[in-house]
Design a protein around this ligand. Structure first.
Ligand SMILES: [Zn+2]
Length: 324
């Protein structure tokens, strides 16, 4: 029997317009999945309360993904109007271009990483899923020739009108973006949102010059935080996160797209620990340890220990389009 989203309460008329997509594995294309867990949408979006979503694991390649999932024309209904990454940046701090010594040694908080590219030089940069444009603005200020791409019309308008930067609406492939026209393509917490991540990465490969790089950040489902918090882990964000990567599956999909792995690491993210702990505190089975992790200094300390163990909940990977 095919898996279906679980309805705990009747949906209203608007909800009945949602189309569901029963997807094969986004990496290997097989339809051989097993149920991993089910969880609710964590956002207090009242219209969607009562829906629970299933995360399955492909028996062939091990990738975890949300399935069934809202179809491309329906997924927009699950994005709150004030979805955080789409907001206009309030503060555009100038980052140190190479990072401070201790930050490089100990791992940097996730927001800070955006000012750090792992090699010298400037060029043409495409930010896939640019949201409110804070990263684009920072890189433009450092001399990069930047272009933003986002499916949210309002977000792209803000980037164009408020920040005065190039940005286009849509996804990849995009008719306004030419092959071999970028040195860098960045995907900060966007690859987990797309229905066809492999196709997106293949197109990113085509847009890059030989030797150009894709930089990806996404949640790590093999993290300590997921093992600890389970369905309350902040990095799940169902149903907006459609693919749930681990270091292994992210490496596999980058290589399948033709990219050579240059580096992969996890970075600490104490705000996510605190958010996960707050979500866990909603549960009747909440534990006192969860409450402790809502306390900022303790969350920072825990995030540091988890980082040292190599089990942080955010992955950053760099893949290169081979020169030959
Ligand atoms: Zn698979």
């Amino acid at each position: 029997m095919p898996l279906r989203p679980q309805l705990l309460e009747p949906l209203n008329e608007t909800d009945s317009a949602i189309e569901w997509d029963d997807s094969p594995c986004p990496l290997c294309g097989q339809h051989d999945e097993e149920l991993r867990f089910e969880a609710a949408d964590p956002t207090p979006c009242y219209r969607k309360q009562g829906l629970r979503f299933l995360v399955v694991r492909c028996r062939q390649c091990g990738l975890s993904y949300t399935n069934p999932r809202p179809a491309p024309d329906s997924i927009g209904q699950f994005y709150p109007i004030d979805y955080k990454p789409h907001r206009r940046p309030r503060k555009l701090a100038q980052a140190h271009p190479r990072g401070r010594f201790w930050e490089r040694l100990l791992g940097r908080p996730c927001q800070e990483r955006r000012g750090l590219l792992p090699w010298d030089g400037v060029g043409r940069l495409l930010d896939f899923g640019c949201g409110g444009g804070s990263f684009l603005k920072r890189m433009a200020d450092q001399g990069w020739d930047v272009t933003g791409l986002d499916a949210a019309v309002g977000a792209v308008q803000n980037v164009q009108e408020q920040l005065g930067l190039k940005a286009v609406v849509g996804t990849l492939p995009h008719q306004e973006l030419r092959a071999g026209s970028f040195e860098v393509v960045t995907m900060w917490h966007s690859i987990e949102h797309v229905h066809e991540p492999l196709e997106i990465l293949r197109e990113a490969y085509r847009l890059l010059v030989p030797g150009g790089k894709v930089i990806i950040a996404c949640p790590n489902i093999e993290s300590w935080a997921f093992r600890r918090f389970g369905v309350n882990w902040f990095g799940l964000d169902l149903p907006r996160h459609l693919t749930h990567f681990s270091p292994e599956s992210l490496t596999a999909i980058l290589q399948t797209a033709g990219l050579r792995m240059e580096s992969l690491r996890t970075i600490r993210h104490s705000d996510w620990l605190r958010s996960s702990a707050r979500l866990a505190m909603r549960s009747p089975r909440a534990h006192f340890r969860d409450q402790l992790l809502t306390w900022k200094p303790l969350a920072k300390l825990a995030a540091w220990f988890i980082y040292v163990m190599g089990r942080s909940d955010c992955i950053i990977a760099v893949g290169e389009r081979p020169k030959m």
